[in-house]
Design a protein around this ligand. Structure first.
Ligand SMILES: Nc1ncnc2c1ncn2[C@@H]1O[C@H](COP(=O)(O)OP(=O)(O)OP(=O)(O)O)[C@@H](O)[C@H]1O
Ligand SMILES: [Mg+2]
Length: 217
């Protein structure tokens, strides 16, 4: 349902992603592991439409989406939770969640009720300024906001960065629940072990390239 075919991304002279290929079946979970600067965020950002690849193809649900802007990809069901969570700090938790449903006008009320049921914490803190939440709570909010768009493929960039081991485990428990519900996921992380355990397939990146794999799809 999702394919990266020889994806290349250049920043000026820097080849940040080189021939990154990956295939993901519906309901499966793939990981991109690697150290700082490996090219993980670059590959994910290109997949989500935040940056343009210099070559290669991005295919989602049988359709090449290279030219489709990020909002169009969200509408198709491809939604990204960015590195560093990027919640809107001055807006309330509720407003952050509603912002996630901007591609689904008319559906935001039932979607919000569903998220509150899934994450009671977000309901409890609905009126709180998002910037006042802890890092872990902000990550849950960022996931909740992405789910408001009803994704078929959820792309998560470093979902446990800066979190305590306990909170990191909790985030992966949440992701495990989503996986059980059939959401496909593509997750980038420096936590190679955790990714290899969680994902059906894991690609190891270095210097913009995939140099090894773990598991199979
Ligand atoms: N906007 C940019 N302009 C120029 N170079 C960039 C830009 N963003 C990233 N790079 C470079 O591209 C390479 C890959 O960076 P990227 O952020 O994709 O790595 P990463 O694997 O996500 O690393 P991290 O684990 O630190 O998040 C690095 O060499 C980085 O310096
Ligand atoms: Mg990154």
């Amino acid at each position: 349902m999702f394919l990266l075919e020889k994806l290349c991304v250049n920043y000026g002279g820097i080849k940040a992603a080189r021939n990154v290929s990956l295939s993901l079946k519906k309901g499966a979970c793939a990981g991109l592991a690697g150290a700082n600067g490996a090219g993980k965020s670059t590959a994910l950002s290109a997949a989500a439409g935040l940056i343009s690849p210099s070559s290669g193809r991005i295919i989602f649900k049988g359709q090449e989406i290279n030219g489709l802007p990020a909002a169009g990809r969200v509408q198709l069901g491809l939604v990204m939770v960015p590195e560093g969570r990027r919640v809107f700090p001055m807006m309330s938790v509720r407003e952050n969640l509603l912002a996630g449903a901007y591609t689904r006008p008319g559906k935001s009320k039932p979607a919000l009720a569903e998220i509150y049921e899934k994450f009671p914490l977000l309901k409890k803190k609905a009126g709180m300024r998002a910037g006042a939440l802890s890092g872990g709570e902000q990550q849950i909010l960022a996931v909740g906001r992405a789910l408001m768009a009803n994704p078929e493929l959820l792309i998560l960039d470093e979902p446990t960065m800066g979190l305590s081991p306990k909170m990191a485990a909790e985030i992966f428990e949440i992701l495990g629940g989503l996986k059980k519900m059939g959401t496909s996921m593509l997750i980038a992380s420096q936590e190679t072990r955790r990714l290899e355990t969680f994902c059906d397939f894991c690609a190891l990146m270095r210097n913009g390239e995939i140099f090894g794999t773990h598991g199979a799809i």
